[in-house]
Design a protein around this ligand. Sequence first.
Ligand code: EPZ
Length: 426
Amino acid sequence: MSKYIIRGGNKIEGRLDIRGAKNAILPIIAATILNENKSTIHNVPDISDVYVMIKILESIGCKVDYKYGTLVVDSSNINSMEIDEEYVRKMRSSIIVMGAMIGRLDYTKISYPGGCAIGSRPIDLHLKALKQLGIRIEEESGFISCYKDKLVGNTITFEFPSVGATENTILAAVKAKGITKICNAAREPEIEDLQNFLNKMGAKIKGAGTSYIEIEGVDKLHEVEHAVIPDRIAIGTYMVASAMTGGKLEVDRVVVPHMEPICDKLRDVGCEIEYTKEGLILKSPKTIQAIDLVRTAPHPGFPTDMQAQLMALMTLANGTTVFYETIFENRFMHCAELIRLGANIKYITDNICMVKGVNSLHGAKVKSPDLRGGASLVLAALATKGETEVSNIYHVERGYENIENVLRNLGANIYKVEDIDKIKGY
Ligand code: EPZ
């Protein structure tokens, strides 16, 4: 398995200009299935999850071209109604194509995504919403078959503001007969970006970014061009890298309301953050202040996708911080690895832990447990006095484009050791 070798101690600072948000581009790629036309999408990050979505589109007959950050999809001809199981098992968030497929076709079949490292990741809310739109759903031997006996707008209330369920419902409702009202919708910025993309192709959606979304069904959609929003989680991750190493970071492009839940916590830690014309400047704290409680919550609360990264920072704080992970049931797997680097972390329950700051971390061999957990280990390694080896970095490469080069350009002493067997082609 490939790994990063990181020698800590350098300041991480300079200018950061990174491409669009992973969690925006994935549903937007699914949405290209709907318009039976050409979609041109700019600012697309070069990450492995994007390639899985491209493979899914090609497997059903779409023509896809992706270079220099621009993705062009021609979905005029679909020649398969079924999504190959290997893709959904490889990337569970590909379940997002289900809504788009049944929005366009009379039938589709897709494998249950199954769980992943951070949780069981059920899709009951997705399926309940599709049924409320008139879709007949049959579940058998790990597969879901959707039949569009009818597709009629309805009022749908989520008992939990699920991001994926909100997105799948929007995608299925774009061409439904009548109006669909979603109550207690997820408010994440990536859903707003999906709405803007769909409206540019001729959909009629309003309210994304709030907990009430209305979709008026339309018959025809047309070609579209769009640029994906900046990745608030990737930007937050690099901001923590600078905060942990005494650096100063200038970020070229941000959307202020998307960044505020993260910046609010970084200010509590002692960072100085100033918004510029299009971006922001972060100055590191002299001393990293502990925060009494970090509790993750749906947007605009503190994002669960930044919990592991903030925890890396708090391992060096001047006090104790309690972390309460409320979104996923198993999102503390980075704790054991951070402890190998010298962190002082005590589990209170499965989703509450206490991080007591230490003066310094030391190098060690650690394993990425998942995407954001892996990122937190890279951050901790940058702040250690010594050399750290982070393995299983395929997790990290799912969501961070070229992270070793981005960090090296910001002053990090990091290099990637490719999996020798992969190079030899075993
Ligand atoms: C999206 O996942 C993101 N992924 C996740 O980012 C993010 O952590 C999550 O939203 C929360 O913000 C993408 O956008 C591709 P949910 P999603 O449905 O849609 C429960 C990352 O690191 N739930 O809001 O799967 C579920 O078990 C990834 O970039 C049900 O119970 O998140 C979980 O506890 C990780 N039934 C909670 O809701 C359902 O039908 C949040 O899930 C659906 C969800």
